[in-house]
Design a protein around this ligand. Structure first.
Ligand code: NDP
Ligand code: GDR
Length: 324
């Protein structure tokens, strides 16, 4: 039986990846950091099916112990401080988790078993002020936030350990991917939740930042399959994972409000508080290499994604309203 260890299993991607690997008959271990309250909402349905290991990306020895005690064939490093605005208010902490945390995990692999295959969650935020459009594996990076800068470090340390120690270490440069399990502070989920709250009379308006910003949005369930495919190849290589389509925040809001029968213009207010010190204006990925080598392609379209997220928030909030 194949064994996989996932850091960030309590996050959006970790929960979908655990679902996916279980469907492939893996034994799944997930690293969870210690907290005074349980944060297992996204993996509640996996209780008894995955094994939780306590460790922290900030603590080298806990990572070595986690790798030693589980002896996985594959490690997926999904843990990070992943919210871009917080990376300006907690810049050094973001560097500790999102950048140096990667080295700590790679060191743990090197010391325990250098045959373990390693996936690093790199990001389209590394392209930042884009140097060409669409972005490919060869596009130079120009990060625009402490988060993006930390991810560039994580990316290159993965490449460097592959080249220095011959590790099977790969980096997936994933463009934004969303789902009903997306954190509520990210713009897509903030919009799906906000539109539904207004439709149900639970809120009066939705305050957003830059509506002109463009993202290449896909569905998280599709993207975790690409992570797995990268670790099944003969040779370790990096891949861009994207849909090849870009939409504005405004278009996302329009589609979400439309789905609950409302005109977004009446309810969305622009609030400068949500503007960023430096913005990534437009991202558009070219997934041609992934299509050719991994035979991967996204299954869920932009409109299906918006509807899926709104429908899930509708079901959740209607239940909550009924309980009041
Ligand atoms: P989430 O923010 O939903 O999840 C982040 C996870 O990291 C959580 O499980 C969190 O645990 C864990 N974590 C944070 N700090 C630590 C730590 N010190 N020790 C152990 N665990 C920690 O992110 P996503 O699922 O959306 O993203 C997964 C990864 O992919 C991240 O690295 C992100 O930067 C990257 N990425 C995401 C994209 C996206 O569009 N979603 C696109 C490109 C890259 P806890 O529950 O305790 O907070
Ligand atoms: P992003 O996602 O920064 O791309 O990072 P987010 O959804 O936070 O922002 C996308 C764009 O929307 C604009 N925006 C707003 N954003 C938020 N959060 N809240 C608002 O009210 C709002 N109004 C407009 C932002 O300015 C931005 O341009 C995500 C994270 O998952 C990263 O971890 C990951 O690496 C990248 O995607 C790829």
């Amino acid at each position: 039986m194949k064994k996989a260890l996932i850091t960030g299993i309590t996050g959006q991607d970790g929960s979908y990846l655990a679902d996916f690997l279980l469907s492939k008959k893996y034994k799944v271990y997930g690293i969870v950091r210690r907290s005074s309250t349980e944060k297992v909402e996204r993996i509640e349905h996996l209780r008894g099916k995955v094994t939780i290991v306590q460790a922290d990306l900030l603590d080298q020895f806990s990572l070595i112990d986690a790798v030693k005690s589980t002896r996985p064939h594959e490690i997926y490093n999904l843990a990070a401080q992943s919210f871009v605005p917080t990376s300006w208010t907690q810049a050094t902490l973001t560097g500790e988790f999102t950048a140096l945390g990667v080295t700590k995990l790679l060191e743990a692999i090197r010391h325990v078993d250098d045959k373990i295959r390693f996936y690093q969650a790199s990001s389209s935020e590394m392209f930042g002020l884009v140097q060409e459009t669409p972005q490919t594996e060869k596009t130079p990076f120009y990060p625009r936030s402490p988060y993006g800068v930390a991810k560039v470090y994580g990316h290159f340390i993965t490449v460097n350990y592959r080249e220095s120690y011959d590790l099977f270490a790969v980096s997936g440069i994933l463009f934004n991917h969303e789902s009903p399990r997306r954190g509520l502070e990210f713009v897509t989920r903030k919009i799906s939740d906000g539109a539904v709250r207004i439709a149900l009379g639970l809120a009066k308006e939705l305050r957003l930042g830059n509506l002109n910003s463009k993202r290449d949005w896909g569905y998280a369930g599709d993207y975790v399959e690409a992570m797995w495919l990268m670790l099944q190849q003969k040779r370790p290589q990096d891949f861009v994972i994207a849909t090849g389509e870009t939409h504005t925040v405004r278009e996302f809001a329009e589609a979400a409000f439309d789905h609950v029968g409302l005109n977004w213009k009446k309810f969305v207010k622009v609030d400068k508080k949500f503007y960023r010190p430096a913005e990534v204006n437009v991202l558009l990925g070219n997934p041609a290499k992934a299509k050719k080598v991994l035979r991967w392609k996204p299954r869920v379209s932009f409109n299906e994604l918006v509807r899926m997220m709104v429908d899930a928030d509708l079901a959740r909030l209607e239940k909550k309203k009924a309980r009041r």
